[in-house]
Design a protein around this ligand. Structure first.
Ligand code: 13P
Length: 348
């Protein structure tokens, strides 16, 4: 299957009432792990690369690796998404390279750190939507500001400082026409999200539900959705690591989100933990080894296990063959004739 529009994946997920994991990658082994997990569970999937990943791997490598994945797994609907684009130009360059979806994170200024004003966010996101939709490319926007920092991008903090205001979310969806909307409900990027199992005082699922009730047709996105399982933390610490105990987003809260309009679930940290634990174990137990394959193979297998588990938990498992790919040209036409409009007032 050619790379598909993320919009198609999310529309299908809404019809089927499930969520789709969006997994971050920086290298070939991570892409292989995701695709094997998708094959194992027969899941549609989103592979996403941040600006940091594009800089680390050189984005032409990433593009061609992901293209190779779509050729090698023709039965898997696969969207290639830019995570946290910081400017119009970053999104434009990703679209010109061949990404089928971009996130314009206008919640922050171009420095990727300073919270933006609502008007500036609206302005830059609207410009990206116009450019992207003319080319059949999906756009995710963000309203409210997430906590933490990922690959140098983020305002820091706990995630409670700039929660999404539902009125602004409605206005933003109407005025930008984004395909998917990331909201701030107390989650943050990275391993250190919560100092104990989160309850409603720090993880605002009630806010998510309130936004979904106001925007029932908008695909919501949960960022910072790693669960940071204790067993993955333990493996790292057992083999010489020094992680402080921490809590992520419980899977049952993500599932509650999925029952309330969440269609894209971003996961990076859990895979980083799985990879690092597996590599540490090999190097600790067999210090004489020096062939990178000796630790990259178990690392890849450990990530595959996490991704396959999440695919099952998010409900996307078993849905790979529900539909055929709609071409980007058809999606482009849908934006042009208004049938793909997501503006709440226009949405049927
Ligand atoms: P985690 O750090 O919780 O995996 O979140 C990743 C993310 O939201 C990428 O945008």
């Amino acid at each position: 299957m050619p790379l598909v529009s993320m919009r198609q994946l999310l529309d299908e997920a809404a019809k089927g009432g499930y969520g789709v994991g969006a997994f971050n990658v920086n290298n070939m082994e991570q892409i292989q792990a995701i695709m094997e997990a998708a094959k194992e569970t027969q899941s549609p999937v989103i592979i996403q690369a941040s600006r940091g990943a594009r800089a680390f791997a050189q984005d032409r490598y990433l593009y061609h690796l992901i293209l190779a994945a779509s050729e090698l797994y023709p039965e898997i609907p696969l969207a290639m998404h830019l995570d946290h684009g910081n400017s119009f130009d970053t999104c434009k360059s990703a679209i010109e390279l061949g990404f089928t979806s971009v996130m314009m994170d206008g919640s922050l200024r171009e420095d990727g750190k300073t919270p933006n004003t609502f008007e500036e966010n609206l302005d830059v996101t609207r410009r990206v939507v116009d450019f992207a939709h003319e080319r059949g490319i999906t756009v995710e926007g963000e309203i409210g500001v997430l906590g933490g920092v990922e690959d140098g991008h983020g305002a820091g903090g706990t995630g409670l400082e700039h929660l999404t205001n539902p009125d602004q979310a409605v206005e933003f969806a109407e005025k930008t026409g984004v395909d998917a909307l990331a909201i701030a409900i107390g989650t943050s990027h990275g391993a250190y999200k919560f100092s104990k199992k989160p309850d409603g005082s720090v993880l605002k699922m009630d806010l998510l539900i309130a936004i979904h009730n106001r925007l029932p047709k908008t695909h919501l996105v949960m960022h910072g959705s790693s669960s940071v399982p204790k067993d993955l933390q333990d493996v790292i610490n057992q083999y010489g690591g020094k992680l402080k105990q921490t809590w992520g987003v419980p899977v049952e809260e993500i599932q509650l989100g999925i029952r309330n309009g969440v269609r894209k679930v971003n996961v990076d940290t859990d895979n980083r933990l799985a990879i690092t634990g597996a590599i540490r174990k090999v190097l600790w137990e067999t210090p004489e080894k020096f062939d990178p394959r000796d630790y990259l193979k178990p690392a890849r297998a450990a990530m595959q296990k996490v991704v396959a588990t999440r695919m099952t938990q998010f409900g996307q498992a078993g849905h790979a063959s529900d539909y055929a790919a709609v071409s980007i040209a058809q999606i482009q036409q849908g934006y042009k004739d208004g049938t793909l409009s997501t503006r709440p007032k226009a949405a049927k």
